[in-house]
Design a protein around this ligand. Structure first.
Ligand code: SF4
Length: 284
């Protein structure tokens, strides 16, 4: 079976930076190293770090004195960072610089008296971190959800989760423009997510099936799978090559492979090798 790999499949710049920082920290640290939350949303990378002795802490309170703490790519809350620093822990900030952009806008706009709307998933660690920088009222709006009544609000500022699909941001900004006197919109969607989504769309339109590779907890991988599914119903989301089922590819001549920003190259390569080794299709 022929395999076409998306140009942007695999680690984005921000994830590579955090993963490299984590392994450099392991080399350099005199004592134990822990990450605050899973450093990226990929179970295979977390397993490699665990093999190096790096445990995941859910909260700073769980971390023993003398530990070097690496902050995950998605960042953490302002309070957790303050606790880590007040306890004198060595903190390596692995937050992607693009995730710091909505954090900074939320802080600045709420200080300036704007009601802030964050378009994204309120349970996602990136959004929990971003919201923690608000110094006034903030509303988190999941993609596609209606904008609630906000009585008395005149000035509104809108930011987006870095992995948000562009149309979801556009819809909220458009609705705000009609309902409020003053609207400040900050497009904080990461260019990598945009580019990866465009590539995935182009790929899905030209192949007979698509495999999207990446962690199930990875928001950007799930978005890629949703985008591909719309254009190519024979889309499958897998974490590793072991999950591939040959019956999915009956009649398929060309399969496209895309991968989330937190999917390591070695996992993508494993999927490509397995697909290439599958016998040429005979048709359903
Ligand atoms: S997708 Fe963008 S925001 Fe997210 S980690 Fe990668 S570079 Fe940073």
């Amino acid at each position: 079976m022929k395999v076409t790999l998306a140009r942007t499949a695999g680690f984005c710049w921000g994830v590579r930076r955090t993963v490299d920082k984590t392994f450099e920290t392991i080399e350099a640290a005199a004592g134990p190293v822990q990450t605050l939350g899973p450093v990226i949303h990929n179970p295979q990378v977390i397993a490699r770090l665990k093999a190096e002795g790096v445990e995941v802490a859910d909260r700073v309170a769980e971390v023993s004195a003398g530990t070097t703490l690496v902050v995950r790519t998605h960042g953490t809350t302002k309070d957790e960072l303050a606790v880590a620093r007040s306890r004198g822990l060595e903190v390596v900030d692995g937050t992607c610089p693009y995730v710091k952009v909505p954090q900074a806008y939320v802080q600045r706009m709420s200080r300036d008296g704007y009601h802030v709307v964050v378009v994204g998933d309120e349970k996602h660690p990136e959004i929990r971190g971003v919201v923690s920088y608000a110094e006034g009222p903030v509303t988190v709006l999941p993609a596609g959800a209606p904008l609630p009544e906000l009585p008395g609000v005149k000035k509104i500022a809108v930011v987006a989760q870095t992995t948000l699909v562009g149309e979801a941001f556009q819809r909220v900004v458009g609705e705000c423009a009609l309902r409020f006197k003053e609207v400040r919109a900050f497009n904080t969607i990461c260019y990598d997510a945009d580019e990866r989504q465009d590539d995935a769309r182009a790929l899905a339109a030209e192949v007979d099936a698509v495999v999207v590779v990446g962690g199930r907890a990875s928001a950007n991988t799930r978005h890629l799978a949703e985008i591909c599914q719309e254009l190519q119903p024979r889309t499958h989301h897998v974490e590793t090559a072991d999950e591939l089922d040959p019956s999915w590819f009956s009649g398929v001549e060309v399969v496209g492979v895309s991968a989330g920003a937190s999917t390591p190259d070695w996992v993508v390569e494993g999927v490509v090798r397995r697909l290439e080794s599958m016998a040429s299709p005979t048709g359903a």
